[in-house]
Design a protein. Structure first.
Length: 229
């Protein structure tokens, strides 16, 4: 998607009301038959990022990891299964955060996730409340986004620069930012996140298949990791 398209393209997926309805439905489904809902862009994409974090970067298990727009929290629950235990997820949709807390209680009780896993799920609009994370600014050594940057861009009225500012307020020195998008190519992501200020450098790109999102078919799913010096 070009910057011009993103300035005009409007989709229900860019509204909080849409996500509230999605996660309320996912709560109902989970309580009815244990379905965890949609893992955006598929489990394989998620697994590749987790493998890169755990095996290639050897990120220690006690590292604070923050998932922006965590949705059903599937990324954080998968990290917990790997032994990561300082896990933070925010979303501007209250039903999303409720859903994560409900799953956490269930998974802890049935021992799907280790007892040591510590989750902090909180309601927050990333573009407005970034500094209000539970531990103050620049705390997270790994920050992850899958589909949230995309969803944010489906509201043409939002000031897109706020995302970059919020990210800068959250990422710890030496930290890693991993983003998966289906609306932006790897080059477009790099053009947005790697700037003259030298804050982020490209670390690696992870290749994926194609996907449909926001009414557009056949988009490539791009995953890029960046490092803060
Ligand atoms: C495509 S879903 C992806 C959910 C999750 N990251 C995943 O991979 O399953 C987009 C998510 O971004 C959240 N979101 C959109 N705009 C947001 C904002 N400004 N602040 C926080 N969360 C936001 C939505 O509520 C939704 O959970």
């Amino acid at each position: 998607m070009s910057e011009e398209d993103s300035d005009t393209f409007r989709s229900p997926l860019g509204t909080k009301q849409h996500w509230d309805e999605v996660y309320q439905l996912e709560i109902n489904n989970f309580e009815d038959h244990g379905d965890i809902g949609e893992v955006w862009f598929g489990e394989q994409v998620q697994r590749k990022v987790i493998r890169y974090i755990s095996e290639t970067l050897n990120v220690p298990l006690n590292t604070p990891i923050f998932d922006i727009g965590t949705g059903n929290g599937a990324f954080l629950f998968a990290l917990a299964e790997e032994g990561y235990h300082e896990l933070f997820g925010s979303d501007y949709s209250e039903p999303s955060v409720n859903f994560c807390r409900i799953q956490q209680a269930t998974f802890t009780e049935d021992k799907t996730i280790p007892e040591t896993a510590h989750f902090t799920f909180f309601v927050s609009n990333f573009l407005e409340d970034d500094a209000k994370t539970p531990n103050g600014g620049n705390f997270y050594s790994v920050i992850h986004d899958k589909g949230t940057y995309d969803a944010i861009h489906l509201d043409p009225d939002i000031d897109k620069e706020k995302y970059y500012t919020a990210l800068k307020n959250c990422l710890a020195p030496g930290g890693v930012f991993a983003i998966t998008s289906c609306n932006w190519t790897e080059d477009e992501l790099i053009a947005y996140f790697v700037r003259q200020d030298g804050y982020l450098k490209e670390l690696t790109r992870i290749s994926n298949k194609t996907f449909s999102f926001g009414g557009k078919e056949g988009n490539t799913v791009s995953t890029v990791l960046f490092k803060r010096e």
